[in-house]
Design a protein around this ligand. Structure first.
Ligand SMILES: NC(=O)c1ccc[n+]([C@@H]2O[C@H](COP(=O)([O-])OP(=O)(O)OC[C@H]3O[C@@H](n4cnc5c(N)ncnc54)[C@H](OP(=O)(O)O)[C@@H]3O)[C@@H](O)[C@H]2O)c1
Length: 238
């Protein structure tokens, strides 16, 4: 019998994270999801394992790796989805805020990849998908912390793609425009409008499109796509 593939998804209590879990369970994957706070969610399916992982907590990383070691886990797909939003102009941005945003959106993402690499190496066709953002490619006022943290993550994806090729692990990043979510609701309305105005539809992109792109990058069908930052936008004007 064909072995089920395993996908590891962070930020599974968030809008995109939740949808990704349901999507991959339907596709008959084994799903390992991480959340910051436990709730009834982990009882959802026998193919779903949920771990607590606050990206800012050393102990959570240690416990996670111990658990994965115990169960001799192989990870085929890693989706780095968790992130925090932040919006303020440079003059009003404290270094403390900048460091905190980088801690969650960049350093801890790299740390997770480093921690999980040994489990991904066991896959014959590993795929790492980092969720970046269009705001890490297009400079907009007020995006110093968030935009630069996503930019760093997307650029790091290109470097890791070169380094991990020898393990047959692909690394790509996606750069979506605005889609409806808990994070999007926290966006400054004027700034959000500015982003929407740049696209030909002047609307948010569909969550379904984000999932389809991630799905495609996770599969062998995109075996020739490596080290890429893929924009998910409608005719963006720079
Ligand atoms: N929505 C957009 O317009 C948009 C556009 C471009 C890119 N993105 C990116 O898409 C991804 C998904 O975002 P979303 O829109 O679905 O937002 P969301 O619902 O706010 O999801 C973000 C997730 O990250 C988790 N998270 C935040 N801080 C964390 C920490 N310290 N440790 C562990 N997890 C933490 C949150 O955990 P809790 O549930 O515990 O709060 C939440 O589950 C993010 O990477 C975001 O930057 C979003």
């Amino acid at each position: 019998m064909k072995q089920k593939k395993t996908v590891f998804i962070t930020g599974c209590n968030g809008t995109l994270g939740k949808k990704l879990v349901s999507y991959f369970l339907k596709k008959n994957f084994k799903v390992i999801g991480t959340i910051r706070k436990f709730n009834s969610y982990h009882q959802k399916s026998k193919n779903l394992k949920v771990f607590k992982l606050d990206m800012l907590k050393d102990n959570d990383f240690k416990k996670l790796v111990n658990n994965l070691n115990k169960t001799n886990t192989t990870i085929d797909v890693l989706i780095n989805n968790s992130a925090i939003p932040s919006g303020s102009i440079t003059e009003m941005t404290s270094i403390k805020n900048l460091k905190n945003v980088f801690e969650v959106n960049f350093f801890s993402q790299i740390r997770l990849i480093q921690n999980l690499l040994r489990f991904i190496k066991k896959s014959k066709n590993g795929s790492i998908i980092n969720i970046g953002s269009i705001s890490g490619l297009i400079a907009e006022k007020g995006f110093l912390s968030y935009g630069t943290s996503k930019c760093a993550l997307m650029f790091a994806s290109k470097i890791m793609a070169k380094e991990f090729r020898k393990y047959n692990i692909r690394v790509n990043a996606i750069a979506p425009s605005v889609f409806k979510s808990r994070m999007e609701k926290k966006m400054d309305k004027k700034i959000k409008q500015k982003f929407l105005e740049k696209s030909s539809t002047k609307k948010e992109i569909k969550l379904k499109s984000v999932i389809k792109l991630i799905d495609s990058l996770s599969s062998k069908n995109s075996g020739e796509t490596n080290g890429q930052i893929i924009r998910l936008v409608n005719d963006f004007k720079i």
